[in-house]
Design a protein around this ligand. Structure first.
Ligand code: SF4
Length: 612
């Protein structure tokens, strides 16, 4: 087994979270991963596939998932042993990785001083000017589609392994940011920024699932390091290998808080309009996946974004093979469907087991309109009615805290509306609402971040260094990067717990959670509230504003007191207000364990078919 040319590393949000005492709160309650955000970005799949297809060998190491998997796992030792021929690549996609990604880069440099470290992802693209000045960062690839620029960079680095490539060689690579060689006389390092011109208009070139990743697992005999997320209390990803199928990069909508919106991506990724994958290919991706696994398939991006015809083409293709697969398919809705009866009936004719998700954010139509979503409650109800009537297995509704015009009173009204929807449409417990605070960060680049006053926001952090430090805050309350005219940071936190408690009660009343789960969630929220006030007291000590217990208020005292809370804080690592099991889709667990074996078998077959 020869060394890979490129090793893609995924860091935990905070390094080393196992040795730190932090109340992360419910910041990851809406996603399958923990607050360490151990799930690596989907871009890893297409990067790996594109480079491998062009002769550059790539290995993925999910350090975050390995660290979560075992207290004994020594990430530093593992990085020390890795020997990429060309470079390390580190994703800095989600801003919560501001501290973790840089710490992992430092470890790479500690043991492999001359091996280049390449950064990429949304946050790397937004903060590229500050990021490139970090000594542990050699290159940044900006944009949302860096497969081809990364290939060019890797070829350049590999061709001239015994010397540093000349600057004119780097100057040809689109989207690249790099440091010129240090001027020996002045000691000055000049940063060079190539134009962000590689922004593909279509998304048809790469494959769209785990297959290339499983092939890599075979090559490096290391399935553990490839696992996209560690899993939560009930089981691991290996038991429940939900597979994503991407339909687009970019979005036609412009929700004011979204870093992936039309205006946001135009601003820092130079993407003027979304790149769609052809609908025939999307259908083929789904069908190909169903050949090997019975696990749920999450179709990312509303099929109707590119128009009715696009959605219809995907569904008609699936319809022809409907009898051949039982997988749960999960579809997103970015707005309500105007012709719900017809649309959901078409979905039902095309897919036996289907589920939907929509994010109305608030029950209040004025608030919803302020964030850029103009659909009405009446339309949401019509969608629920017809989807359920057509046989939808589960319809998730996501609501947010921290929006323009939103008070805590309004949030609690939203929760009561959730209760009414569960009661009215909940036969079979199929309508499942979630409440989440917008946390820990309002996305840099989004419309509200760039024009905060217009939407009633106050942005508290601006620089990368502030975000790095924020992730080490003792509690998520101090990590939040915003407050609104209507809610301070403390009120957002308090309101989140209050709303979580009430929603939990309503879910128990409607039979969505059993008594035991209800008690577990209620207890977790109570513990989070208690820890929040204890941490506030500890924080005051550090600020030197209160030393009522006779301590000297030093950082060391604060650290010791926080570490004493660590066993309790660790109880809240998986989730706080929304149990992760609520994010699952109905599927026979026992059959899912076999899925990974099937995927591996598929990867072996393809490996030999293509001559390895
Ligand atoms: S929140 Fe969803 S629909 Fe709105 S801009 Fe972002 S990706 Fe698009």
């Amino acid at each position: 087994m020869s060394n890979p040319d490129l090793i893609l590393l995924h860091a935990p949000a905070v390094y080393d979270f196992r040795k730190r005492a932090i109340l992360y709160g419910p910041i990851a309650d809406g996603v399958p991963s923990t607050p360490v955000f151990e799930m690596y970005p989907l871009g890893f799949f297409s990067l790996l596939e594109h480079l491998e297809r062009n002769g550059v060998r790539v290995r993925i190491v999910n350090l975050a998932a390995r660290m979560l998997g075992s207290e004994e796992f020594d990430a530093e030792k593992m990085v020390r042993r890795l020997k990429p021929r060309g470079a390390f690549g580190i994703d800095f996609h989600w801003l919560p990785h501001a501290q973790g990604s840089l710490e992992v880069a430092k470890i790479c440099k500690r043991y492999h001083r001359s091996t280049p470290v390449i950064f990429g992802g949304f946050s790397a693209s937004y903060f590229y000017e500050e990021l490139i000045r970090c000594p542990e960062v050699d290159f940044i690839l900006r944009g949302d589609s860096t497969e081809e620029p990364l290939l060019q960079l890797m070829k350049t680095l590999l061709q001239v392994r015994r010397r540093r490539p000349h600057d004119f060689e780097f100057a040809k690579i689109p989207n690249l940011v790099w440091k010129e060689e240090k001027d020996e006389s002045s000691g000055e390092v000049k940063v060079r920024v190539n134009p962000l011109t590689h922004v593909p208009a279509r998304l048809n070139k790469s494959v769209n699932n785990y297959f290339p990743v499983f092939k890599s697992a075979l090559k490096y005999r290391d399935l553990k390091s490839l696992i996209p997320f560690h899993g939560w209390s009930s089981h691991e990803w290996l038991d429940y290998p939900i597979t994503p199928v991407l339909t687009c990069r970019g979005c036609v909508h412009n929700c004011v808080f979204c870093g992936g919106s039309r205006n946001a991506l135009a601003g820092y990724c130079n993407r003027r309009k979304p790149a769609f994958r052809d609908p025939e290919l999307v259908a083929a991706d789904i069908l190909r996946t169903t050949n090997y696994t019975r696990a749920p398939i999450f179709v990312i991006g509303d099929l109707r974004q590119a128009g009715e015809k696009y959605a219809r083409t995907v569904l008609e293709r699936l319809k022809k093979k409907r009898a051949n697969f039982e997988n749960q398919l999960v579809f997103e809705l970015f707005d309500t469907v105007p012709n719900p009866r017809e649309y959901f009936e078409l979905v039902a004719e095309s897919v036996k087991n289907f589920n939907f998700e929509i994010s109305p954010d608030s029950h209040d139509e004025k608030i919803r309109a302020a964030v850029g979503k103009r659909y009405k409650n009446r339309e949401i109800e019509e969608n629920l009615k017809w989807a359920l009537q057509a046989g939808c297995k589960k319809f998730d509704l996501f609501f947010m805290i921290g929006l323009p015009f939103q008070t805590c009173e309004s949030v609690m009204q939203t929760i009561e509306w959730c209760g009414r929807l569960m009661k009215k449409y909940g036969s079979g417990k199929r309508v499942v609402p979630f409440i989440l605070a917008y946390s820990p960060f309002l996305d840099p680049g989004c419309v509200a971040y760039e024009n905060p006053a217009k939407f009633g926001y106050k942005i508290l952090f601006k620089s990368l260094e502030q975000y790095r430090a924020a992730m080490l805050s003792p509690s998520w309350k101090y990590a939040l990067n915003y407050e609104t005219e209507w809610l301070t940071r403390g009120e957002i936190v308090d309101c989140t717990y209050k709303a979580g408690l009430r929603l939990n009660e309503l879910k128990a009343e409607c039979g969505l959670v059993d008594r035991a789960s209800f008690e577990v969630t209620a207890e977790k929220i109570r513990l989070a509230v208690e820890l929040t006030s204890e941490i506030d007291e500890i924080k005051k000590l550090n600020d030197g504003t209160d030393a009522t217990d006779g301590t000297d208020g030093t950082a060391q005292t604060q650290h010791q007191k926080m570490m004493r809370l660590k066993p309790k804080l660790d109880l809240l690592l998986n989730s706080v207000i929304n149990e992760k099991e609520g994010l699952e889709w109905p599927a026979a667990r026992r059959s899912l364990s076999l899925s990974v074996l099937r995927l591996l078998k598929a990867a072996v077959t393809e490996h030999f078919k293509r001559g390895g």
